[in-house]
Design a protein around this ligand. Structure first.
Ligand code: ZN
Ligand code: ZN
Length: 342
């Protein structure tokens, strides 16, 4: 997946910090002028902004923990992860690298973690599943935490628990804690209902992300709000069907001109990949901006969040992300930022 962490962009972000710090003083509510300013200010919200937005929140909130596509370290955006907070319970969707730190930055206590959902087994969606559980347990995650995702999630969880048993046991002995032994895993491999509790009803569909099978999209129907996630997928009518009438659709988004420019640059530097073959792969697996707009319009969602941004480079402006989508989708469009509260 494309990456770009050029020094120049890092410097730009440093200079943006002053702007963000100024905004942090004001509580951020949905669609407020402060939020619009934060949108324009860079790829991240500050932890203070996120915490203020959650503190003032009425009802269910979604925090975008990581908004970058691909398992590439060292960028300003983290790999894909989200948390939804409803009635004091936290539901994490995807565990790209960075999920544990970002979760902590929201100020949501670890003992609020109710369930983890994995869309598919690519590293940018699952690599920090184990650390979230184990570091999370040290910080308060309870035995009995639930996990949902495609096979072999059960085996992966068992293997992780076995690999870290000694580590967990040392800590439990030292601090007189009950060791983390119980993660309730339920594998999800087909369309249908996933789980239901007092806060939410969750369902899944299978999406198109070859060669990954199954790759899932999820829909969360909370009492006050419905939030759907495309996961990683080629443009799919089924995603529009799943997201029908939802308040929020978080859809992966690929800005094709920038991907083309990026890969041409890589090839010029000697990366052994053919341009046509690379773009063919990208189009078979991911959703160009225009299609994301069409799908959101067909679904009739109120708000579309562009995330899992491809390429995840900071030089692409919010307006550039928004423009091809807005040709087709007439609702609210939010360009995802790390730690943004929606
Ligand atoms: Zn991905
Ligand atoms: Zn993927």
């Amino acid at each position: 997946m494309p990456a770009d962490n050029k020094q120049g962009e890092t410097m730009t972000n440093l200079s943006r910090r002053g702007v963000l710090a100024g905004l942090a003083a004001a509580p951020i509510l949905t669609a407020s002028p402060e939020q619009s300013a934060a949108q324009a200010a860079g790829p991240r919200w500050t932890p203070q902004q996120a915490q203020a937005a959650l503190k003032d929140a009425k009802g269910t909130k979604l925090v975008l923990l990581g908004t970058a596509a691909g398992p590439v370290p060292g960028r300003t955006r983290e790999m894909t992860s989200h948390v939804m907070l409803s009635n004091g319970a936290a539901y994490v969707l995807d565990c790209g690298m960075g999920v544990t730190n970002q979760f902590a930055r929201t100020g949501i206590p670890f003992n609020a973690l109710n369930s983890i959902f994995i869309t598919h087994h690519h590293a940018d969606h699952n690599i920090e599943y184990g650390p979230l559980l184990i570091v999370g347990w040290i910080q308060g995650v309870k035995n009995g935490v639930k996990a949902f995702g495609p096979p072999p999630l059960k085996q992966m969880t068992d293997d992780l628990m076995r690999a870290y048993k000694q580590t967990v046991d040392f800590w439990a002995e030292d601090f007189h804690m009950t060791p983390l032994t119980e993660v309730k895993v339920q594998e999800v491999a087909a369309v249908g209902p996933v789980m239901q509790d007092d806060n939410v009803k969750v369902s899944a569909i299978v999406v198109e992300h070859p060669p990954v099978k199954p790759a899932l999209a999820y829909r969360f129907d909370f009492k006050d709000r419905s939030i759907a996630f495309s996961g990683d997928t080629a443009p799919l009518h089924a995603v529009a069907e799943m997201a029908k009438g939802a308040d929020v659709l978080v859809h992966e988004t690929m800005y094709v001109p920038a991907v083309e420019k990026y890969i041409k640059g890589q090839i010029a530097q000697g990366r052994p990949v053919k341009f046509e073959a690379f773009m063919e792969h990208m189009k078979a697996d991911h959703s160009p901006s225009e299609d994301v707009g069409r799908i959101a319009q067909e679904a009739g969602v109120k708000t579309l969040v562009l995330s899992h941004l491809t390429p995840a480079i900071d030089s692409i402006t919010d307006e550039t992300w928004r423009e091809p989508v807005a040709k087709y989708f007439k609702g609210e469009i939010i360009v995802g930022k790390d730690l943004m509260v929606v």
